[in-house]
Design a protein around this ligand. Structure first.
Ligand SMILES: Nc1nc2c(ncn2[C@@H]2O[C@H](COP(=O)(O)OP(=O)(O)O)[C@@H](O)[C@H]2O)c(=O)[nH]1
Ligand SMILES: [Mg+2]
Length: 377
């Protein structure tokens, strides 16, 4: 009701958000309610919104977020079904915003929300992007990171600085704020694969010839409030794929590098199977090569499904139809592979060289074709 006692229309009572805070979630039910309260305390005056992007968490995070939104309409939730991935969740959350400024932060209270006003002031004034750093001014993140993860984090930071070409103290932080207009420009070129969206944003802007004006604020990284970390060896592997991809100026996607790395393990599997087949089972070369190709294809499918395409992993019956389509796609170069290898072998009897020559040809073809037929985007 307005002062005159008239009812306000929706657009009169609605204050468009000045800031959207995107919070990716997976199994964070125990954290989101308190997070919303903390954010309200930080911005008592400012019109802002919280956008949870939840990948259909089994613990019902999305349901709780939507329930909160019933009493606090500035709390929203994008619920994604059948998808996983931190970077793509952030991209979708930011893309759904119409506010001039957008922040990304974790749900688990590791990020200190009280630095948000300072970050906002900096992006309003001059910066395109402000990141909240766990390491600025000699800070260490010992409360929130184990010694092993801190070491891993230092190595990753060094690589990340190489990739982005800017020296920042915490390129791997998941806590940052930027002008939405800048994000919109680079969004089409983001890879959205993996865990490290900030690195991707900074490197992509630079590759596009318009590097961002970046600021940093320090904060003390806290221990997780509730639930478990989703960091895993898988995510570390994906990070290397992204770093290599950005080093090619984004020309080759990170999934290509992961696919090639899996292909490399396939070579080892292949040669072991080949040795076993010819040495132990006494197969002739062509049959041994055929056997080894099938074993390596199966192993490659499984690893790619786990690592390269973790975000669109095939499960249940789709796993088996996926395996069949993977065989079918790979059969094309595999047939070529067996005959090329057999041919080279006949010519000069270079046993292992012959096998490897056949395999290398397969990788590029398989990558392109399985993206179309097996792990459809
Ligand atoms: N939507 C979505 N959120 C995710 C995913 N993986 C992690 N998150 C969220 O990203 C934030 C950071 O993850 P966390 O496990 O705390 O990583 P850590 O701090 O590096 O251990 C948390 O809010 C998670 O709930 C995912 O696959 N999808
Ligand atoms: Mg965390």
């Amino acid at each position: 009701m307005s002062e005159q006692g008239q009812t306000l229309t929706a657009s009169e009572s609605w204050r468009a958000p000045h800031l959207s805070i995107v919070v990716p979630t997976f199994n964070e039910r125990g954290n989101i309610e308190l997070l919303v309260e903390k954010l309200e305390a930080v911005f008592p005056q400012l019109p802002f919104e919280v956008i949870f992007v939840d990948d259909n968490s089994p613990d019902g995070t999305a349901e709780l977020a939507k329930e909160i939104g019933q009493t606090k309409p500035w709390v929203k939730c994008i619920k994604r079904i059948g998808r996983r991935g931190l970077s793509s969740a952030c991209v979708e959350g930011i893309s759904s915003s119409n506010a001039p400024y957008v922040a990304v932060m974790d749900a688990d209270h590791q990020h200190d929300e009280t630095v948000l006003p300072q970050m906002l002031e900096m992006v309003e004034k001059e910066k395109d992007l402000v990141l909240a750093s766990r390491f600025l001014d000699g800070r260490t993140a010992e409360e929130g990171l184990s010694k092993f993860r801190e070491f891993g984090s230092n190595v990753a930071n060094a690589i990340a600085n190489l990739v982005t070409g800017v020296k920042i103290t915490d390129p791997m932080t998941g806590f940052f704020m930027l002008k939405r207009e800048k994000f919109e420009k680079i969004a089409p070129n983001l890879s959205s694969e993996g865990f490290k969206i900030l690195l991707d944003i900074i490197a992509t802007a630079r590759n596009m010839g318009s590097p961002l004006n970046i600021g940093e604020v320090g904060f003390t990284f806290r221990a997780r409030h509730d639930g478990e970390s989703k960091m895993s060896p898988l995510i570390a592997v994906q990070f290397f794929g992204l770093a290599l991809s950005k080093m090619t100026g984004g020309f080759l996607p990170s999934s290509f590098f992961l696919f090639a790395a899996v292909g490399a393990t396939g070579v080892v599997v292949h040669l072991l199977a080949l040795t076993l087949a010819s040495g132990v089972f006494g197969f002739n070369f062509t049959n041994a090569q055929l056997f080894a190709t099938i074993v390596a294809m199966t192993s490659n499918f499984h690893l790619n499904n786990m690592f390269t395409y973790a975000d669109r992993q095939l499960r249940g019956s789709k796993y088996w139809t996926g395996l069949l389509s993977f065989y079918a796609v790979c059969a094309v170069p595999a047939i070529a592979n067996v005959s090329v290898a057999a041919f080279i072998f006949e010519q000069n009897s270079l046993f292992y060289f012959a096998a490897i020559a056949g395999i290398v040809i397969s990788i590029v073809f398989n990558y392109a074709a399985t993206r179309i037929f097996t792990w459809r985007a």
